[in-house]
Design a protein around this ligand. Structure first.
Ligand SMILES: [Fe+2]
Ligand SMILES: [Fe+2]
Length: 148
């Protein structure tokens, strides 16, 4: 696995895994654990989005075709929406509303898995070691790891 993949795909898989654990915590009534996990992942997400918006997306944008630009616009929209879903999840946990928490979590997991899939299929291949944006990819991987 390349350095870029280890950093970015590593965080994607970890995020999905931790969110599934939140569902388990809720089903067991472990509200504090669920809330703490959501807070931690919310911070990870903010940093992950920051690095993508500062380094990955602008480099991709500079060389994207029309379809690439449309994909990017959709991905950026998701970056605005995802933190809102996290806040809604936090609210549901604070109210100990397990039905609402599981519903919100299910939506969040679906959206985030779709977002990750699109980044990994349409954007990230340009940042692999033999691709045109390899140098930016390495810089982004370092930036991602530095902020953890
Ligand atoms: Fe993203
Ligand atoms: Fe990402």
């Amino acid at each position: 696995m390349t350095h870029f993949d280890r950093a970015f795909l590593g965080e994607h898989r970890e995020m999905e895994q931790r969110l599934r654990e939140v569902g388990l915590h809720v089903s067991r009534g472990e509200w504090d654990l669920a809330a703490a996990t959501v807070e931690r992942q919310k911070a990870h997400l903010a940093h992950h989005i920051d690095v993508e918006e500062r380094l990955v997306y602008p480099a991709f944008e500079a060389q994207a075709d029309g379809e690439g630009l449309r994909t990017l616009a959709f991905l950026r929209k998701r970056h605005l929406e995802l933190p809102v879903f996290f806040d809604e999840l936090s609210d549901a946990l604070a109210e100990r509303d397990s039905e609402l928490a599981q519903e919100t979590l299910e939506t969040l997991l679906r959206i985030i898995a779709d977002h990750h899939q699109s980044e990994e299929k349409d954007v990230f291949p340009c940042f692999e070691p033999t691709a045109s944006l390899a140098a930016v990819g390495l810089q982004a991987a370092h930036a991602l790891e530095d902020g953890r």
